[in-house]
Design a binder for this molecule. Structure first.
Ligand code: UDP
Ligand code: MG
Length: 318
């Protein structure tokens, strides 16, 4: 009988966990072909999330949990969970019930048919305003244009991964993670199923607009070096025009004796070029910062507690 790990990163989710656990169990009743493990990753919550997880674990032997040593962010909470998951397949889902557990049987069905990566795609982005939807769409189509790997649009982190996808992703130990891109990068047989995402059951989203912008930059810089290429292209174009303009000025002065003038032109050209140079310095800086961070080769996270036992850093896991 195969075992499936439900991996749930939790950050300040005390109000939803019990409800989530009940919904999950209601779903498990209908699935006889698999056993389940529910793996909560407490990502340094400042509320009573850990207490709630522990009390649930007391009621249900299917539950395991990792308590991280501080808040590391969802991307790192996910890799921690993948490191500790014991199932033959792992289903990653959010704690806030925006990912309906009722989809799990369908995911498992496709997995049993041989798909390695079954992801749930949102039909509509409910609960998000027009601007956020627009920003997300624009970002995806832009990212798709500048990369060669197919990126799945509107697909969140609600997905089932076969053991071999999990092992593949575990090999990718970069500290600044854009997991959504990694799922695409590792390949294997993918299947998308569609669902209507619900509103958050309780609590509030941890994503501010700024953190989404950061995630977008993360997505681009971890996936492609195309922005560096743009800087070369823009540089070539501008040099070319500057050269043509210079030739024209020299020609004008020699042939018609035009007095050289144009302080405003000079100033705007200098400022324009200064701006472009700063932008591309920033682009180079983004990549340099990534190099800097990765060369430190730090462990991705530390675990405080695993199933009630104090944990020390173990090399074989991370
Ligand atoms: N999360 C986490 N660490 C964080 C932020 C979020 O583990 O630092 C978890 C959170 O508990 C939830 C999931 O990531 O299970 C998605 O978070 P959220 O619902 O805030 O994001 P949204 O659904 O708005 O994209
Ligand atoms: Mg959510």
């Amino acid at each position: 009988m195969s075992k499936i790990t439900i991996l749930i990163p939790c950050y300040n989710e005390q109000d939803v966990l019990r409800q989530l656990w009940e919904r999950l169990n209601a779903v498990f009743v209908g699935i006889t072909s698999c056993t389940f493990e529910i793996l909560f990753v407490n990502d340094g919550s400042s509320d009573n999330t850990l207490t709630v997880i522990k009390s649930l674990a007391g009621l249900d032997s299917k539950i395991s949990y990792i308590d991280l040593s501080r808040n590391f962010g969802k991307e790192l909470a996910m890799i921690a969970g993948l490191d500790y998951a014991t199932g033959d397949a792992v289903i990653i889902m959010d704690a806030d019930l925006q990912h309906p557990p009722e989809l799990i049987p369908e995911m498992i069905q496709y997995w049993q048919q041989g798909y390695d990566d079954v992801s749930a795609k949102r039909r509509k982005r409910t609960g998000e305003n027009f601007f956020r939807r627009w920003a997300a769409n624009t970002f995806y189509s832009f990212l798709q244009k500048i990369t060669t790997i197919k990126i799945q649009e509107n697909v969140g982190d609600f997905r089932l991964l076969d053991r071999r996808c999990v092992e593949a992703i575990k090999l990718m130990r970069e500290t600044q993670r854009y997991t959504k891109g990694m799922f695409s990068w590792v390949g294997y047989a993918k299947k998308e199923i569609v669902f209507d995402s619900a509103l958050r059951a309780a609590g509030e989203t941890k994503w501010s607009f700024l953190s989404l912008v950061n995630l977008a930059i993360e997505g681009i810089t971890s996936f492609t070096t195309f922005p560096l290429r743009i800087s070369s292209i823009v540089g070539i174009l501008i040099s070319f025009f500057a050269f043509a303009y210079m030739a024209w000025i020299i020609f004008n002065t020699l042939m018609f004796g035009d007095p050289v003038q144009g302080f405003p032109t000079l100033l705007s050209v200098i400022l324009f070029l200064g701006g472009i140079q700063l932008i591309f310095l920033g682009v180079i800086g983004e990549y340099l910062a990534r190099v800097f961070n990765e060369t430190k080769r730090r462990p991705l996270y530390f675990v405080n507690e695993y199933n009630g036992k104090k944990a020390v850093y173990r090399d074989e896991i991370t």
